[in-house]
Write a protein that binds this ligand. Structure first.
Ligand SMILES: Nc1ncnc2c1ncn2[C@@H]1O[C@H](COP(=O)(O)OP(=O)(O)OP(=O)(O)O)[C@@H](O)[C@H]1O
Length: 324
């Protein structure tokens, strides 16, 4: 069946510069497509560029190059004023819920704020609506009168989710939204998001370092390494279909301390060698690399209906297959 794509990132690059004019490439040619009602995961370790990507999608940081096509329109080319609807339609849930609140603002005031600001409803209606939203996320209306410091991390994240879904967005973008919470609360928040998604069919983007989480909830997973997408997989087929040596290394180290240590060692080696490599970002850590891997960037190649991988080995397999 044809996917109805509502958000597409095309050739996104991001370069940061410091005060001395030194530049750092945090994102290199990232392409991502999100279908209506779909949940995609962006997975990678610390420093791979996940938060930068989240900020670019949420339009909090501008890409250095590339397009963000939302419902057929490149929103990077629109004047600031015209992106107001995008801010309403793409809601973001951050890692640290407490950081989202002003300590002196009661939960009720926090919840009604966007509805009044976007002139969606009167203050009185917004207050009643906020009580309904709290109920949807499993909190009583008594929470309206509380201050953020009176709530637990899990309760605060529920309030953030209530405000986000209240705007009936097309897309909910979760940047490590459960990683600051205890495991049991993490499960509750994920279950809540899955339940709400079933009811309202929003699309979602899960940005996480947690492969198991991504596998359990995402239709499609993009694996990122040092600012590049190295593999794209169907969520359910992550374990069986992952091909890229980096994804395999990540999966192996989830289950073994010894492999975890090996991974840290490999990452150190690559970090030292990286600094704008013209070849494959993972080449230094790869046991099967050839000289070409160090010199030429591999492209994402579709291996089968479940997986595309950016690795010379599979480009080579496809080339031979097309000749035979
Ligand atoms: N404003 C900035 N100025 C300069 N460099 C930045 C800036 N923001 C991020 N970076 C760099 O870009 C790279 C990617 O950072 P980012 O925070 O996106 O990674 P991440 O995958 O989200 O990591 P973490 O999970 O630790 O937050 C890092 O090397 C980081 O130092």
């Amino acid at each position: 069946m044809e996917r109805d794509i509502i958000l597409q990132l095309e050739n996104i690059h991001k370069v940061f510069s410091d005060n001395n004019g030194k530049t750092m490439k945090a994102m290199n040619n990232v392409n991502i497509a999100l279908g209506k009602g779909e949940c995609i995961g962006i997975v990678g370790e610390s420093g791979c560029g996940k938060s930068t990507l989240a900020r670019i999608i949420a339009q909090l940081t501008a890409p250095s190059e590339g397009k963000i096509i939302y419902r057929g329109e490149d929103i990077t080319a629109l004047p600031k004023k015209s992106t107001k609807m995008y801010y309403k339609n793409v809601q973001m849930i951050f890692q640290d819920p407490l950081g989202t609140f002003s300590p002196r603002m009661k939960i009720g005031a926090y919840l009604i704020e966007p509805f009044v600001n976007f002139k969606i409803m009167s203050k009185k209606k917004a207050y009643q609506y906020a009580e309904v939203l709290l109920e949807k996320v499993g909190l009583s209306k008594d929470y309206m009168k509380k201050y953020p410091n009176e709530l637990s991390g899990g309760e605060l994240q529920r309030v953030v989710i209530a405000r986000a879904i209240g705007l009936e967005p097309d897309i909910i973008l979760c940047d490590e939204c459960t990683s600051a919470l205890d495991v049991s609360i993490q499960k509750q928040i994920i279950a809540l998001l899955i339940d709400l998604k079933k009811k309202t069919n929003f699309s979602s983007i899960f940005i996480t370092h947690d492969l198991a989480l991504a596998e359990s909830i995402c239709d499609k997973i993009y694996v990122m390494y040092l600012g590049e997408i190295v593999e794209v997989l169907e969520g359910q087929n992550l374990l069986s279909e992952a091909r890229h040596p980096y994804t395999r290394m990540l999966l192996d180290s989830v289950f073994s301390i010894k492999n975890f240590d090996k991974r840290i060692e490999v990452n150190r080696k690559i970090d030292r060698a990286f600094n704008g490599t013209k070849g494959c970002v993972f080449a230094e850590g790869c046991l099967n690399k050839s000289r070409r891997c160090l010199e030429e960037k591999p492209h994402l190649v579709k291996v089968n209906q479940y997986v595309s991988v950016a690795c010379r080995k599979y480009e080579e397999v496809r080339r031979i297959a097309s000749v035979v």
